[in-house]
Design a binder for this molecule. Structure first.
Ligand code: TRP
Length: 496
């Protein structure tokens, strides 16, 4: 998960890139191959976005939108198909564009691996995101089915819609019912040695899945990715990977069922892994990754080829020591929804190189203390509660920085009540307070005004302090040897 600074850099680059693209656009005459019109359309879409971002004059934006619409009509006439960003005319469609629509129709949320933002205080509109990304909602029926198949009460992240979207989860359950195994894959980009509570969400959930289904788990630490995207040395990134591994191990994973690897180490040690990377690279074009990830001509080629490295662990023969060379074991990936672009790409490539498509479970974002317009960021100390924060720091941060949905004065609050939907303390309780009844009572009392903001914050502080202290205790127990054990390629306790 990237820092704000990184997002800025990306936006600036993006604007520069757009300028270049429009400069060489010509006047629209004499270009009639589908690919040329497609490229013009893509450039024009970016132009519209850039103008909107730069808050340009309305007339200028309208003119750019008009040109965009004209190009869309031309494209349809030429190809018989609707234009889709990220889907060049001559290639199979990898994925719908995950960026906001460029036709000026509405201001949608921004969700990609480097940027999460919305103008809505309640946070990202996740139902819309499901439609835009083409995934499926985790509805009550699926939650019930997970309960039936696993024989366990569904985790509160499932009960409360924190994991809200999926791809092919029914298929995984069908197979599991027929006694076919599957494996879990998740990961973390180690951009610093301080992880915050939001980073724990996918791991807490993955641990639950591992316990419930009793299956192997691989965890990718993308130290290579952070080196490519950030101003860090290879040594720093690798060191962060090992430090982060300690926090991950502290979540309670079973060493006999879990393999944690750093890309910088494992890529060189595993020919099978690298073979999959190369196969994936051969089956995705520059145009496709541009469409999916928004890369521009000035991005280094490491970034452009990196998605193949995040895709490779989705295929079981990348881990011959665990799966004995089998390539048909289905993979299930729990991750935050911003990682979906990587896996849309992976799912497109999979059948073409003879692998099952990975299934996915997507989570919402863990909001920043300042409000759900963006997610927590490790680079902004005041936006996050770190796993290293002391009980006192937790108390101060929550009291000082957590955005409140309460009223300005006690009198008003008692009279009109607070709004839990925008209240960060309440949102955090939905993540960390396990008791459904207690949570519902808190919600009702806050709405009615019986519970004040200060009291709500106190409840959160008392919930978080022991969780983080316990994590710190567990982390202390993780020795270098133990990390090494988790990170050594070896068979796990499963027979394939
Ligand atoms: N790119 C992710 C990040 O920056 C790390 C990652 C790698 C990951 N593989 C993954 C996350 C699989 C979720 C699932 O955090």
């Amino acid at each position: 998960m990237s820092c704000r600074q990184c997002v800025c850099v990306k936006n600036i680059r993006y604007l520069v890139g757009v300028k270049k693209m429009t400069d060489c656009q010509g006047d629209g005459e004499g270009t009639n191959s589908p690919m040329e019109v497609y490229e013009k359309l893509t450039a024009q879409g970016e132009e519209v976005r850039a103008l909107k971002t730069a808050k340009a004059e309305k007339a200028e934006i309208d003119a750019a939108v008009q040109l965009l619409l004209k190009l869309k009509v031309d494209y349809k006439q030429l190809t018989g198909q609707d234009y889709k960003a990220g889907c060049p005319p001559s290639e199979t469609c990898v994925a719908p564009d995950n960026r906001p629509s460029a036709d000026g129709a509405n201001d949608e949320d921004t969700v990609d691996p480097w940027n999460v933002s919305t103008s809505n205080a309640k946070g990202v509109d996740y139902d819309k995101l499901i439609v835009r990304f083409g995934s499926s909602k985790i509805d009550q029926e699926l939650v019930d089915r997970i309960e039936k198949v696993s024989g366990q009460k569904p985790h509160h992240f499932l009960r409360r819609g924190i994991f809200f979207s999926h791809r092919d989860m029914h298929q995984v359950l069908d197979a599991y019912e027929k006694h076919k195994s599957f494996y879990l894959y998740t990961g973390r980009g180690p951009s610093s040695d301080s992880m915050h509570v939001g980073h724990l969400i996918p791991f807490i959930f993955t641990k639950w899945l591992q316990d419930v289904f009793d299956i192997p788990l691989v965890i990718q630490l993308t130290d290579d990715e952070k080196y490519l995207w950030k101003d860090l040395t290879l040594e720093e990134c690798h060191r962060y990977a090992v430090e982060n591994a300690k926090d991950i191990i502290a979540c309670g994973f079973d060493v006999n069922k879990t393999f944690i690897f750093s890309d910088l180490e494992y890529m060189g040690a595993s020919p099978e892994f690298y073979r999959n990377v190369v196969k994936i690279q051969k089956h995705v074009t520059f145009n496709q990754v541009k469409g999916i990830f928004g890369f521009t001509d000035s991005d280094c080629i490491g970034k452009i080829s990196f998605p193949a490295i995040q895709a490779a662990p989705s295929f079981s023969n990348s881990f011959p020591q665990i799966f004995k060379g089998r390539k048909d074991i289905q993979c299930l990936i729990p991750c935050a929804i911003d990682q979906d672009p990587y896996f849309r790409m992976t799912r497109d490539v999979a059948p073409r190189i003879g692998h099952p498509k990975p299934a996915l479970l997507h989570s919402t974002f863990f909001p920043a203390l300042q409000g759900a317009q963006t997610k927590m960021s490790a680079s902004d100390a005041n936006s996050s509660i770190f796993l290293t924060d002391t009980p006192k720091q937790i108390k101060n941060k929550v009291n000082k920085h957590a955005f409140s949905g309460g009223k300005d004065t006690v009198e008003e609050h008692r009279k009109y009540g607070g709004n839990p939907d925008v209240d960060v303390a309440f949102m955090y309780l939905t993540f960390f307070l396990e008791d459904d009844e207690q949570l519902e009572k808190i919600r009702q009392d806050y709405i009615s005004g019986a519970l004040l903001t200060g009291e709500l914050k106190k409840l959160l502080i008392e919930t978080l302090q022991p969780i983080i202290s316990q994590h710190r205790e567990q982390r202390k127990k993780v020795t270098d040897e133990r990390v090494k054990h988790f990170m050594t390629p070896r068979p796990l306790n499963f027979n394939f």
